[in-house]
Design a protein. Sequence first.
Length: 187
Amino acid sequence: MVKKRTCVFISGQGSNLKNLIFHSRDKSFPIEISLVISNNKNAKGIIYAKKFDIPYVIINAKHRNSDNKILKNLKKFKISFICLAGYMKIISNKIVKKFEKKIINIHPSLLPKYKGLNTYTKILRNYEKKTGCTVHYVNNKLDDGAIIVKKIFYVNSNDNKITLKKKTQIMEYKAYPEAIVKIFRNR
Ligand code: GRF
């Protein structure tokens, strides 16, 4: 099996990046992580790129030609699939069009509920009984594309932002690889 050359976009901790690197070392997993792009030079997740010898580039999304820089690097590293993992910037239309149905994202709620930021605060404020995470295709609207995998758990009355995040991320580490396997099984 020829693995899809994949770029993971990050902005912060990179625990999903680490998890995807771990899975990609299995020879039956459909992707290999060939590039990491971060908009934040201080993103902790960069250590995983360094540790596993994966090329990485820092591209400040505020720069006028950042889209071109991203596209140039995707081309240079022959990237055919993109995973957003805690990337705190909106992917521009230009990139979405070039990589249609080839960009996926993970979001810490049961989409279409709670798109955007401050998800855990909103979930707690609304006394949701259940929550989880969603892996979805990226289109030109925020947290909106077709859903690939959802994982659900029940919220406890004593849950807070910290415990919700922990529980959600445990689900994410299962959901993201599962979604990737599902996508390529169907292609
Ligand atoms: C994840 O919880 C994901 O749902 C959200 O950002 C978080 C990133 O965490 N989009 P990490 O950087 O992968 O640890």
